[in-house]
Design a protein around this ligand. Structure first.
Ligand code: EPZ
Length: 442
């Protein structure tokens, strides 16, 4: 069924929201439970679709998943893990990218796995070549099958000396989840070191893994025979925190984000301050607000941690349409992450996309015909329009643009936002937004 959300603009968002466990850690920690020989407990789990998808995938593989009705904490018991029929896996994979991370744990516990073709936001080609390469280096046999890949480890999995061509978060997680129980030492050069990666390492260490991270992005894992379950509280979702911060700026509002952690937001907070946003940090969260006056333009380049996170740029671009001057954003992580600007342009934003690397360093996408740099001129008054949400972060940007716009916007495809923002409609209403949501019968 399609839902249409009608949003009347001109509404400053004022109030408080609570941010819980990170969408880009929680599903991975759930997969890690498969590696243990006793149950695991995961706390601070948000109610988002990606968690439901992984719960289904674990369940069809024989893992008993129980959710505390009050706290939402998950208990996962992998002691009866079993292979699942590929058609069932396919049915449950949904539009998630997480299934690829089942490879290592399923090979360790069952000796084989079938992984369905992946979904995820359409923000680029999103290949899995790094994943398949590292699995083969561990000794896995990987075969493409209709609808997915079949993978097995007839002779077990052994440690390997690896180097990633690009610090891929997913490929680093693939290595961590496979190497921790492989025979021998694994060395991964060119690894991702995002806060979510470090939290997954903390989960694995609690299970008995031996993992060290060097300053030169080399991660070393000493394989161990067996792992036990963990008890872990997931780190907060820094992407959701940054999204609400941008929403406060765009709507001239004032939002206290309970659970926001300054440590994981350093690059975002510096940028936020430079364009004219204000924030106050306390031990429980961060208050983000528009202090008045003009917003300032800036030149921004996304990058891997500790740089400016690619997931933060979409909501911030909406704020830049309100800045007094010309801003430039060079997106260096994904080749096609400005699709969401089409709707902003229809709302009156002045944004031009370019295939050149408009930043301090040429990136992988320079001169390859990807429009991965944006020039944004402001300030402009946005006007309400009809919007069909393209992806998770772009979708949130459309919502805050509609809230800042003059007039009414009709937004479809809002289910996409449920993948990564827990109870966002409830949160918007709590911040003073009058939402009219109609579900058509189709
Ligand atoms: C994770 O995606 C996040 N998703 C993304 O968040 C995030 O933007 C991204 O990391 C970068 O930080 C989850 O954790 C579920 P990558 P992932 O592998 O792991 C290329 C959101 O909105 N690449 O670091 O898929 C890839 O095409 C989402 O929450 C290969 O070429 O990202 C991209 O250009 C969006 N081959 C770059 O690396 C591979 O085998 C970074 O991808 C793997 C990746």
């Amino acid at each position: 069924m399609d839902s249409v959300m009608t949003i009347r603009g001109g509404v400053p968002l004022n109030g408080k929201v609570a941010v819980r466990g990170a969408k880009n850690l929680v599903p991975k920690a759930m997969v890690a439970a498969l590696l243990g020989n006793t149950p695991s407990i995961l706390r601070n789990v948000p109610e988002i679709k990606d968690v439901d998808v992984v719960t289904s995938l674990l369940t069809i593989h024989g893992v008993e998943v129980t959710k505390d009705p009050v706290t939402g904490d998950l208990t996962m018991d992998p002691q009866n893990a079993k292979t699942a029929p590929s058609r069932e896996i396919d049915a449950h994979a949904g539009d998630s990218r997480i299934p690829i991370l089942f490879c290592g744990p399923l090979m360790h516990s069952l000796g084989e796995a079938f992984i369905p073709d992946l979904g995820g936001c359409k923000i680029g080609d999103r290949p899995i070549d790094y994943h398949l390469q590292v699995l083969r280096n561990f000794g896995a046999v990987v075969e493409k099958r209709p609808g997915g890949i079949s993978i097995s480890a007839p002779k077990g999995l052994h440690g390997a000396k690896l180097e990633l061509p690009y610090p891929s978060v997913g490929a680093t997680e693939q290595v961590l989840l496979t190497a921790c129980r492989a025979q021998g030492i694994t060395e991964l050069a060119g690894a991702a070191v995002e806060p979510e990666i470090m939290d997954l390492i903390a989960v694995l260490q609690k299970m008995g893994a031996i993992i060290s991270v060097q300053t030169d992005r080399v991660i070393r894992i000493e394989g161990v025979e067996e792992l036990s379950g963990y008890n872990h509280r997931a780190l907060p979702d820094r992407n959701e925190s940054a999204s609400w911060a941008s929403a406060a700026l765009v709507t001239h509002g004032d939002i206290y984000v309970e659970g926001a952690d300054q440590q994981d937001l350093t690059a975002f907070l510096n940028t936020y301050r430079k364009i004219g946003g204000a924030f106050d940090v306390n031990d429980e969260g961060i208050r983000f607000y528009h202090p008045g006056g003009d917003l300032k333009p800036l030149v921004l380049e996304t990058g891997v941690h500790p740089g400016f996170m690619t997931d933060w740029q979409q909501p911030l671009v909406v704020a830049l349409t309100q800045a007094n001057g010309v801003s430039i954003v060079h997106e260096t992580v994904y080749e096609n992450r400005f699709g969401f600007t089409e709707a902003l342009i229809r709302m009156g934003a002045n944004i031009q996309l370019h295939r050149e690397c408009l930043g301090s360093v040429p990136c992988r996408f320079g001169q390859r015909n990807f429009q991965h740099s944006a020039v944004i001129s402001g300030p402009v008054q946005l006007k309400g329009t009809d919007i069909d949400i393209p992806d998770l972060r772009g979708g949130f940007s459309h919502l805050i643009a509609a809230l800042a716009a003059d007039g009414v916007s009709h937004v479809t495809g809002i289910e996409l936002i449920n993948r990564g923002y827990e109870r966002f409609q409830e949160k918007l209403e709590g911040l003073g937004v009058d939402i009219d949501l109609r579900t058509s019968g189709v």
